[in-house]
Design a protein around this ligand. Structure first.
Ligand SMILES: NC(=O)c1ccc[n+]([C@@H]2O[C@H](COP(=O)([O-])OP(=O)(O)OC[C@H]3O[C@@H](n4cnc5c(N)ncnc54)[C@H](O)[C@@H]3O)[C@@H](O)[C@H]2O)c1
Length: 273
């Protein structure tokens, strides 16, 4: 399955990156977001990102078409806010809009794929296709099968990931899958270290970077992901796995309530120009 036409829903930092890599692979992309100005901001982000690469910027952007609503396509990749109800509503509407042979994929960080599949009449063709931030740079795509995802669907998404130049890794549908089950407790512990006055943010991140050879420290990474997204993921881990060790650090929730969402709002653990 080549997926010549892909509908990307959600044009935030992830949706814009996903639209960019799909368009760069020669496919046609329809890009939709519910918030006014979001698609325009996505085009500006894609233009900045493509300008850093040795590619045909205008030719790539010409393959991305803004759309006001869901449209039919061979594949949906949903990248809206990490909220189960909002995502389930997209899957319900996509099931009614896209032809019955289309695959419906979610870029969710943690929300059960099986629950999104249950909002549709095609649970065999629903799957997690979890890209990493920044999408044009990071290699990994975590491919998550829901309870009823078919082998054909999983194989088609693995093949697409490879065709985009990515490396797929398969996981089963457990809260946070593999990536965020490991990453979020790490970020959470860093937030507790800050809250308890163990060290300043710069020292915490320097220790992770130089001590563990991580490209960036956990607090800078949380700012990149978005503190709202981190808290939403931890809430899913906490509720889904039932262990208090996954509860988000109160500092993360407080920053989120203050509108300190990280890079996307200009301030999180750090301040951005
Ligand atoms: N930020 C990361 O590092 C990262 C990494 C991997 C996966 N994800 C996942 O990707 C998804 C998006 O994250 P993001 O960082 O791009 O968030 P973001 O806040 O940058 O963008 C979310 C977008 O969704 C739009 N949206 C909300 N409701 C909508 C609706 N009903 N219809 C259409 N658009 C709607 C918003 O207007 C916004 O533009 C989340 O599920 C997140 O967990 C994020």
């Amino acid at each position: 399955m080549r997926f010549e036409h892909v509908l990307v829903v959600g044009a935030g930092q992830m949706g814009s990156g996903i639209a960019q890599v799909i368009a760069a692979s020669g496919r046609h992309v329809s890009l939709h977001d519910a918030a006014s100005g979001a698609v325009e901001r996505a085009f500006a982000a894609m233009r900045r990102s493509l300008a850093r690469l040795d590619v045909d910027v205008e030719g790539t952007l010409a393959r991305v078409e803004p759309v006001d609503d869901l449209v039919t396509a061979d594949l949906l990749i949903e990248a809206v806010v990490e909220d189960a109800a909002v995502k389930a509503d997209i899957f319900r509407r996509a099931d009614a809009t896209l032809t019955s042979d289309a695959i419906l994929a979610s870029n969710t960080s943690s929300i059960p794929i099986t629950s999104l599949a249950a909002a549709t009449g095609r649970p065999d063709r629903v799957i997690g296709m979890h890209f990493f931030n920044p999408v044009p740079v990071l290699q990994l795509v975590e491919v998550i099968r829901g309870l009823d995802t078919s082998d054909e669907t999983a194989a088609a998404i693995v093949e697409l990931a490879r065709d985009l130049g990515k490396t797929p890794a398969e996981a089963n549908d457990f809260p946070g899958f593999v990536s965020n089950r490991i990453l979020m407790p790490f970020i959470n512990e860093a937030a507790y270290a800050l809250l308890e006055g163990v060290a300043e943010p710069e020292a915490i991140d320097t220790i992770a970077k130089l001590g563990f050879a991580h490209p960036m420290g956990p607090l800078a990474l949380a700012d990149l992901i978005g503190l709202d997204t981190c808290v939403a993921i931890m809430d899913v881990l906490h509720e889904g796995l039932g262990d208090p060790k996954y509860a988000p650090c109160p500092l993360l929730r407080q920053y989120m309530q203050a509108g300190r969402l990280g890079r996307k709002s200009g301030r999180g653990f750090y301040t951005y120009a």
